[in-house]
Design a protein around this ligand. Structure first.
Ligand code: ADP
Length: 471
């Protein structure tokens, strides 16, 4: 049961409330008991003072010692008290007992040594029918003959104790009832405020890879649960996007792999149709198969590189080398391909730059850029490569005088499997047409080196790509 947040919340709530209520009740009880005691004592003192005053008056009026004592306690009414006046020998001179009280008792002489009022408790005994009392006593000396009287005022504690007992009973009943009601209310409130969580959990349980597009209900987007649901929905949306991208990648990849496989199968089938063929025909078929195998190998290689990219943290194999030398090597390799096409590739004079990075990956990035530039440049055109340093980075710029990239395609060329003219690329040069992965790989390589790869500009006079690598 304690595994439920609802039960824990309710328990905490009731426990805190119990602490507050019990502290409050004890506080109220102590204050009231104190105030009742104080009032009782004041009443007793008032009685003593009144009797002393009357004794003085009676004596001043000439009454005898015993008459004065009698009159002083019988003339006024002392509600709820028992009063008595004694002489120094302890003889009771006069007294008054109101209903419900028992006779006032003189304390032992040791308790009345001075003329100040003494207050003390009397336990219940036979003389008071077992009722506890509070008492005040004072020794007074009254002129004109300096008569000494002992005034005693008693009052039963029953009334006060009953009041306190009633208060205790009220607390004994009221506190548990209040806690029970609060517990029920807390339980209900906890259930009400946690209800969205239950609904969310139920809905979340139904969401899988197949229906990531679903959303959790958001009751109030501003409260904590609403924010949780919103965050969860955003997570779902991100997962959904990642999944669709993955699915798209699979679809595109299988589509790309199908074409060369289809060409190979057709070449094999056509060649095998006849039992005997010229050697030249076999050679042609093998040439087609070789070309398509290279294409397949390149696509698989590219996909492998991208799978590495997707694995998260780039697994670079850094080493020290000269950037200008690496660039010179790639340009030289590209010149072979470009030469066949009648395209010139020039590397502008570059300073010596020592660099630390993944040489293999950077070579691939430069090759991809050069490859694209040469492929899009018609015979007689030119590709210029430059390497320079600016602020805190190295810049490699690849300019070509090619056909350019249509404006609407410029934002998409870095997407995987995106090609400007899907059909034409493959038909024109079936062996060399890329799968649309070159630029996305190149960009990943730049970013893995904490750099950037961007298209600077492109129009019908040519395109310009810039790769920025941090120092
Ligand atoms: P691929 O590997 O097929 O070359 P890329 O991702 O490298 O794919 O390039 C995507 C598309 O961008 C290509 O289809 C190509 O048409 C276009 N492109 C890339 N570079 C250039 C360029 N320098 N000039 C013109 N078009 C380019």
């Amino acid at each position: 049961m304690l595994d439920s947040v609802r039960a824990r919340l309710t328990l905490w709530y009731v426990a805190m409330l119990a602490l507050v209520l019990i502290t409050f009740s004890i506080g109220v009880y102590i204050l009231l008991a104190h105030s009742l005691h104080h009032r009782l004592d004041e009443g007793l003192k008032g009685g003593v003072d009144e009797i002393a005053r009357l004794l003085a008056i009676e004596r001043a009026e000439g009454e005898s010692e015993s008459e004065a004592g009698k009159n002083a306690v019988t003339e006024p009414y002392f509600p709820g008290k028992a009063v008595a006046v004694f002489d120094t020998a302890g003889h009771r001179i006069g007294e008054q007992i109101t209903p419900g009280q028992s006779q006032a008792q003189i304390p032992p002489p040791s308790m009345v040594p001075t003329e100040t009022i003494q207050l003390y408790d009397l336990a219940g005994d036979a003389s008071s029918n077992g009722i506890a009392r509070r008492a005040a006593v004072q020794r007074v000396t009254v002129p004109p003959t300096a008569t000494v009287y002992i005034i005693v005022v008693n009052q039963s504690l029953t009334e006060m104790l009953e009041e306190l007992a009633l208060l205790r009973r009220i607390f004994y009943i009221a506190v548990p009832v209040a806690l029970m009601l609060a517990g029920l209310a807390g339980w209900y409130l906890a259930r009400k405020s946690l209800a969205p969580v239950v609904v969310m959990a139920e809905r979340a349980r139904q969401i899988g890879a197949g229906n990531l597009g679903q959303q959790l209900p958001v009751a109030n987007p501003l409260d904590e649960l609403g924010r949780l649901a919103t965050a969860f929905n955003e997570l779902l949306a991100r997962l959904d996007a990642a999944f669709s991208q993955q699915r798209q990648f699979m679809a595109d990849a299988s589509h790309e792999l199908r074409t060369p496989l289809y060409v190979i199968r057709t070449a094999v089938e056509v060649t095998m149709e006849q039992a005997h063929r010229e050697e030249g025909e076999y050679r042609d078929a093998l040439a087609i198969i070789g070309q398509q195998t290279r294409r397949l190998a390149r696509i698989v290689e590219d996909m492998f590189t991208l799978a590495r990219a997707d694995a998260g943290r780039p697994a670079l194999q850094p080493g020290d080398f000269y950037l200008d030398e690496l660039l010179m090597e790639t340009v030289r390799a590209a010149q072979v391909l470009a030469g066949r096409k009648g395209v010139a590739v020039e590397l502008e004079p570059a300073p010596e730059i020592s660099y630390r990075g993944d040489e293999g990956l950077l070579r691939q990035m430069f090759l991809n850029l050069l490859d694209n530039a040469i492929k899009s440049t018609p015979a007689g055109g030119e590709v210029r490569v430059s390497l320079g340093q600016r602020d805190s980075s190295y810049e490699v710029v690849v300019d070509d005088t090619g056909t350019g990239i249509p404006v609407e395609a410029q934002v998409r060329i870095f997407e995987r499997f995106y090609r400007v003219d899907q059909a034409r690329t493959r038909n024109e040069s079936p062996g060399e047409g890329g799968a649309g992965l070159g630029l996305s790989i190149a960009r990943w390589i730049a970013e893995a080196h904490e750099g950037r790869l961007e298209l600077r500009h492109s129009d019908e006079r040519g395109s310009s790509f810039i790769a920025t690598l941090p120092l």
